[in-house]
Design a protein around this ligand. Structure first.
Ligand code: GLA
Length: 689
């Protein structure tokens, strides 16, 4: 809901439990008034009538109070917007008008021929903010254009939560005190990166169940930056957007415009758990395509076969996967061009004639005959120098003239900002999807930008932004042309996970780390922001071949992976008859609890910290607990798990034991899971009676 003051200079956005207010002063300064619990318009007006706190000495009265601080004028905070023309730097804005349509508020300001519009849209308690720039004046260079600056109220003792990582160790949660100055996270890599998810949360005294939490998440899959500033007066401002520094984003010629990605913000007073549930609900309702449809149990061949694949061997895997109850069979890397190792073939998206003499159709048909859907792996934005594509078009890659072309994993990055590259890729992928009955595409991105040059282009810097837009456009175009095909975002595991890619893909590959114990921490971090509905998790072989040799039971591996979109990725030809039978039972159990996991409310009962950890999902009358014991010490029994989200006055029957429990008892005294030893795990289903 949007309310506007009579003078048309104060705006109040109201969500189910939150409120957000801004005001344009008589001097055309756009100041932030409120972000927190719901307030009345009269409260916002009272805040607008308060003068900005007096400042002395060298301080600026505007710093820490503006909705979108720019470069230019009496400001010393990090600018969200920085532009320059041949003549001058910075801007000086005059308020032009506001528009309010379909729940979206637009505030438009002008400076000579340049206009900036701040956009606000409420999605329940999430506020989506972005900015458009329109240039009718002389050409301008946009050095920086953040999507939004978020202002938090004066409080003591702010804490910052972030999700950091690296390859095979993504999205690990850390919480630290926010001191004065700036904490800057981001990616300088051309993709979202494994190092940080583009999300931060700020609180002063929240717990998992209680307290105020402010969160911000960016919807952009290229380089990005979020700066969290602890300002001198105990205020906090968070500014974020596309691009990793101020060295230049794009140029706007006369008549051109630019729209930033969305930087979404959420206030919650339900603690970290309440904030996560609100983020999950937002993504399921407004971001992820078809989120009301549950994702399939998949098999992926990568860890089983790596590059050594053949049609016969894939058929053998498919037969075992189908018998286990798998619903989608995905052939990973190695099916195309001369791709028998990572040294060759990327760029040539036609089936390898030695491996698939009749193309992919016979295998796809076979998989369909087994009752499963068929998927394939691609990495369209990349090329191996040893490929027909590179031999034909060595200038289609990002490179700096006269410099070495840096190879990572023996591959170079295609310059997707070029129209001819986009057309080539659409042609290849469209033909691929038309040539065989393919239902699913795992879209990978396995190296970061290093030599992001574009010889001959007057402003090569633009390829950082244009690559991402071209990637989005390509996926959108393929989705439109092949509406039945689902897409998975992968980048060496979790190197491209953000709200931007999630708005056009069906699920993401969380991490190349499939060790079921490491995964618990990765999943714990992931769940701070993203829902289980998009979090792919596979059961692979034990000992874990890819990473650490850890030995774990099939039970532990399954219960770990069942916390997301279940997949299987082991070499099934080497699983015993007993293991295959056990796996079939786990897959059947997952299908039963899948609606709760993928669409229910998530409660993190205990974080993974060495002993017992657990999550609970609640949907309607059903609830399920997944619990893991990393290590039991001194023979002590595991502590009881206090459940959440239940009716105290109701009774619940345990599907595992048949026991009936009272809601109040489960909520206040809990349930002790039957776990012992090391790496044990269990599933507890309860139904309200
Ligand atoms: C990346 C992915 C893996 C696999 C390989 C194939 O590393 O994250 O899952 O697809 O590429 O080369």
């Amino acid at each position: 809901m949007l309310e506007i003051s009579r003078d048309g200079r104060t705006w109040l956005l109201t969500g189910p439990s939150s409120g957000y207010a801004v005001h344009v002063t008589g001097r055309d300064e756009l100041v932030h008034l409120h972000w927190g619990p719901r307030i009345a318009l009269a409260d916002a007006e009272a805040l607008a009538a308060r003068p900005l706190p007096e400042v002395r000495g060298f301080e600026s009265a505007l710093d820490g109070h503006e909705e979108y601080p720019v470069e230019g004028g009496p400001r010393f905070v990090r600018p969200a917007l920085s532009v320059r023309t041949e003549e001058r730097r910075g801007t000086e804005w005059a308020f032009e008008r506001y528009d309010a349509e379909d729940g979206e508020l637009r505030l438009r300001f002008t400076d000579a021929g340049l206009a900036v519009t701040l956009h606000y849209r409420t999605r329940d308690d999430v506020i989506e903010r972005w900015v458009t720039l329109e240039n009718q004046g002389p050409p301008v260079e946009v050095l920086r254009a953040d999507s939004a600056t978020w202002t938090l109220p004066d409080r003591d003792g702010w804490r910052l939560s972030q999700l950091h990582g690296r390859w095979a160790a993504e999205s690990r949660l850390v919480r630290s005190e926010l001191t004065y100055g700036e904490k800057v996270i981001g990616s300088r890599r051309g993709h979202t990166g494994h190092q940080h998810l583009p999300w931060v949360a700020l609180d002063t005294d929240a717990t998992e169940e209680r307290g105020e939490v402010y969160g911000c998440a960016l919807g952009w899959s290229g380089s990005w930056r979020i700066a969290v500033a602890g300002l001198p007066d105990a205020r906090v401002q968070i500014t974020g957007g596309a691009g990793h520094d101020d060295s230049g984003l794009l140029r706007l010629a006369t008549g051109e415009s630019f729209t930033t990605p969305v930087f979404a913000g959420l206030w919650s007073d339900g603690g970290f758990g309440g904030a996560s549930r609100a983020w999950h609900a937002y993504q399921r309702a407004y971001v992820v395509p078809d989120a009301d449809r549950d994702r399939f149990v998949l098999f992926n061949s990568w860890e089983a076969t790596e590059f050594d694949i053949s049609e016969e061997q894939q058929q053998a895997l498919a037969a075992r996967a189908a018998a286990m109850g798998v619903e989608l069979f995905v052939v990973d890397d190695g099916w195309f061009g001369a791709r028998t190792s990572d040294r060759a073939g990327l760029g040539d998206w036609t089936p390898n004639p030695d491996r698939f003499p009749q193309g992919l159709k016979p295998l796809a048909d076979h998989v369909h005959d087994l009752g499963m859907r068929f998927g394939i792996w691609v990495e369209p934005e990349m090329v191996n120098p040893d490929s027909d594509l590179y031999r034909a078009h060595p200038d289609w890659v990002q490179y700096q003239p006269g410099r070495k072309r840096t190879k990572f994993r023996n591959q170079l990055v295609l310059n997707l900002a070029r129209d001819d590259v986009q057309e080539y890729l659409f042609g290849q992928l469209d033909a691929l999807l038309s040539g065989a009955p393919i239902d699913y595409v795992k879209w990978d991105f396995n190296r970061s930008f290093t030599d992001a040059g574009w010889p001959g282009d007057p402003y090569p810097q633009r390829l950082w932004v244009d690559h991402v837009r071209a990637f989005y456009a390509l996926v959108d175009r393929l989705r439109a042309a092949h509406p039945g095909v689902a897409f998975e975002s992968c980048s060496g595991g979790g190197g491209r996970i953000d709200l931007g890619v999630l708005s056009r893909t069906d699920q993401v590959w969380t991490s190349d780390n499939t060790d079921p114990l490491d995964r618990l921490a990765i999943q714990h971090g992931f769940s701070q922001l993203h829902p289980a509905r998009v979090m792919a998790a596979w059961v692979t072989d034990s000992p874990n071949v890819m990473l650490n040799g850890r030995v774990s039971s099939l039970r532990f591996r399954f219960v770990s992976a069942m916390a997301g979109v279940l997949g299987v990725g082991g070499d099934l030809t080497r699983w015993s008859a007993e293991e295959l039978a056990e796996a079939r039972d786990w897959v059947a159990l997952y299908k039963e609890i899948r609606p709760l996991v993928q669409r229910g409310d998530l409660y993190r009962l205990r974080p993974p910290a060495g002993g017992l950890s657990a999550v609970q999902y609640v949907l309607g009358d059903e609830t399920v607990v997944l619990a893991w014991l990393q290590a039991q010490h001194y023979g002590e029994p595991v502590p009881p798990l206090r459940l959440r989200g239940l009716e105290p006055a109701a009774s619940y029957v345990c599907r595992e034991t048949g026991e009936v429990h009272r809601g109040a008892v489960l909520l206040h005294h809990g349930l002790r899971p039957a776990l012992r030893g090391d790496l044990d795990a269990t599933v507890i289903r309860l139904r309200r009676i």
